[in-house]
Design a protein around this ligand. Structure first.
Ligand SMILES: Cc1cc2nc3c(=O)[nH]c(=O)nc-3n(C[C@H](O)[C@H](O)[C@H](O)COP(=O)(O)O)c2cc1C
Length: 215
């Protein structure tokens, strides 16, 4: 074992950068998220748009992966992927998912839960055509989450689809956006002595109920 294995339990950090309280937070979680995401971008945190997506398969086993948020508004949180991927298949069977942002430098976490739907074909088309050419070819070249015999499969596929579509690959039918429609949010701000701030918002009859959770 490496040296770190003997010391991993001693790694700890005190969180003292900021606080989150009922008076200073927004009544609507989307506004709170918008503010925190803007602050994460302003603070130049590493990949502020990266979020973990958790899904649950038909065997009831959860799985997670990182994706990039590509849009958010009153309708929900959007990311793009291969619908045939593991996450795509799991969402086909069970449309509930959880998202998590961890902005390490700001000592902040946002958790979002809800039901997931596909975005419209028009919305997926619009985003697909805004992507760089190699990413658009990559969407065709990669049978995401499937076993392949080696990297050469991807290289050969990219060459094949590049030659086939030249500068104008259409959006693959198996590729597009998902939108999580939130019914629960949590905003976590690290505090001293492990007495962190946690505000949870839950949707009840169309209204957001904001409550503090013990850390
Ligand atoms: C920072 C980062 C951003 C990523 N963004 C995406 C993304 O937007 N869409 C996507 O399908 N995969 C993205 N990936 C790759 C996924 O984490 C994952 O490997 C892939 O989606 C397959 O997941 P699955 O087999 O669970 O479906 C990203 C990975 C990282 C590290």
């Amino acid at each position: 074992m490496s040296q770190i294995s003997a010391h991993i339990a001693d790694l700890r950090k005190s969180y003292e950068r900021a606080e989150l309280n009922e008076d200073a937070s927004h009544a609507a979680p989307l506004q709170q998220f918008d503010q925190w995401l803007q602050e994460a971008v302003n603070a130049q945190v590493n990949e502020p748009n990266a979020m973990t997506v958790a899904t649950v398969g038909s065997d009831l086993r959860p799985s997670t992966r990182v994706v990039l948020i590509k849009g958010y508004d009153e309708r929900g949180i959007v990311w793009y992927t291969n619908y045939g991927s593991r996450k795509g298949q799991e969402l086909g069977g069970n449309p509930f998912a959880a998202l998590q942002f961890h902005w390490v430098e700001l000592e902040r976490v946002v958790r979002i839960e809800g039901r997931v739907e596909r975005v419209s074909a028009e919305e997926s088309d619009a985003y697909f055509h805004s992507r760089p050419l190699d990413s658009r070819i990559g969407a065709w070249a990669s049978p995401q989450s499937q076993v392949i015999s080696g990297r050469s499969v991807l290289v050969a596929n990219a060459a094949k689809y590049g030659a086939q579509f030249l500068l104008n690959p259409p959006r693959p039918p198996h590729w597009g956006g998902f939108r999580l429609v939130p019914d629960r949010w949590e905003f976590w701000q690290g505090r001293k002595s492990r007495l962190h701030d946690r505000l949870r918002y839950e949707l009840h009859d169309g209204q957001w109920l904001r409550e503090r959770l013990a850390p």
